[in-house]
Design a protein around this ligand. Structure first.
Ligand SMILES: Cc1ncc(COP(=O)(O)O)c(C=O)c1O
Length: 397
């Protein structure tokens, strides 16, 4: 372990603030568990920050990767590719059936593509409205789209043309629209911002507003999509469709991929030469994503996500009743959820959980976030929740 820590300290820019004494060095994973280099086992309720939707090293995903890697890894986008064409069909048939996709390598890049398309699709319209507390990525355009000033300040001046409405407040979005507005970009569930679920009236109202003003509605489902809410896409919970949809994280089951899907009438806005990515649509990555789709669209998979989400909600709500002085609120849907604490102990709880073999996430001082693998078993989930509750109670005592 020392060697890895020493190498990291010397050679890696410190953007992740790992703590030498408490952050494990993970070397192996299977299902809902990972192991560190000392052989310690951890139950993973963080799921690679919503990436490991079918757990760690799912045999079907591993097989798809190995088989494709043995055939052809990379060719460039100057040539056709079978896995990318097949994955595009699966993505489109399961989202915007008349749509088309653009392949990138991350959530930020998928959103960057959506922003570029939105700016190009109608001349003189370049402004994008997003929500306060949103998170859309770390490139210059997507960090500007992110409605959190702390991410802008060190990099000012940021990109022109972005403004921020209040999440779940339709009137504040209406007030920002003008004749130069190209798009509204929203996470149906804000993930990094603390797991805030959009109200149905808000999402439906945004759809009507965008139709009325002829502006694009972009749903960023990088974190809340790919089955996490118990539907393939979170927007299915609202009965409305976006014009552009972005997905990444869980799509590759751990392989780097980002996709923007555009409804047909808008996809034409991007023409040859307008946008590109060397690795976008890579053969191996797309083969992994096809295996992930095969699993999450399988019989009963998504229903099971909803069922387990209800278990978490009921559990956490019972904790709140039992310890109203410690726990404030449950937020979430399916397997994206947050427990709001009354005291600023999230980081202490996280550290103790790691010591006890449980991986969770803390947002700020008072929010615990869980993003477990979608195929976690009920007994694994209950085991993890039990550890979390005991530690949260003990930390407050
Ligand atoms: C909603 C949302 N959009 C975009 C991103 C950026 O994705 P990436 O880190 O893959 O660039 C994230 C990352 O957390 C996210 O949660």
């Amino acid at each position: 372990m020392k060697k890895t820590q020493d190498l990291e300290k010397r050679y890696i820019i410190n953007t992740y603030n790992r703590q030498a004494d408490t952050t494990p060095c993970l070397v192996r994973g299977a299902g809902s568990y990972v192991w560190d280099e000392k052989g310690n086992k951890y139950l993973d309720l963080l799921g690679g920050l919503a990436v490991n939707v079918v757990g760690h090293c799912h045999p079907q995903v591993v097989e798809a990767i190995c088989e494709q890697a043995g055939k052809l890894i990379h060719t460039s986008n100057l040539y056709y590719g079978e896995p990318q064409a097949e994955l595009a069909r699966v993505l489109v048939e399961n989202s915007l059936p008349d749509g088309k996709v653009f392949y990138a390598n991350s959530g930020a890049e998928a959103n960057e593509a959506a922003i570029k398309l939105a700016r190009k699709h109608k001349e003189s319209r370049f402004k994008i409205i997003t929500a306060e507390k949103s998170f859309h990525g770390r490139t210059m355009a997507t960090v500007t789209a992110t409605g959190q000033p702390k991410y802008h300040q060190p990099f000012a001046p940021v990109v022109e043309g972005f403004s921020y409405g209040m999440f779940n407040d339709l009137e504040s979005f209406k007030g920002l629209v003008d004749s130069e507005t190209a798009a509204i970009m929203i996470e149906p569930i804000q993930g990094e911002g603390g797991v805030h679920v959009a109200k149905e009236s808000f999402i439906r109202g945004l759809r009507e507003l965008c139709d009325h003003e002829e502006i694009l509605l972009i749903f960023d489902e990088v974190q809340c999509g790919m089955g996490r809410t118990g539907k393939l896409w979170a927007y299915e919970n609202y009965g409305v469709k976006p014009d552009l949809l972005t997905t990444a994280k869980g799509l590759g089951g751990g392989m780097p991929i980002g996709v923007m899907i555009a409804a047909e009438k808008f996809s034409e806005a991007l023409q040859p030469g307008d946008h590109a990515s060397t690795f976008g649509g890579n053969h191996v990555v797309c083969s992994a994503a096809l295996a992930v789709f095969d699993l999450i669209l399988g019989n009963g998979f998504l229903e099971d996500v909803s069922r387990k989400g209800t278990i978490i909600q009921q559990e956490m709500e019972s904790w709140i009743k039992e310890f109203p002085e410690l726990f404030k609120e449950y937020r979430g849907q399916g397997l994206i959820c947050a427990l709001e604490l009354k005291k600023p102990t999230a980081k202490d709880i996280l550290a103790k959980c790691v010591e006890s073999g449980l991986l969770i996430n803390a947002i700020g001082d008072t929010t615990i976030r869980l993003l477990p693998p979608l195929n976690i078993s009920e007994s694994e989930l209950m085991e993890g929740l039990g550890i979390l509750k005991n530690i949260a109670v003990a930390v407050h005592e």
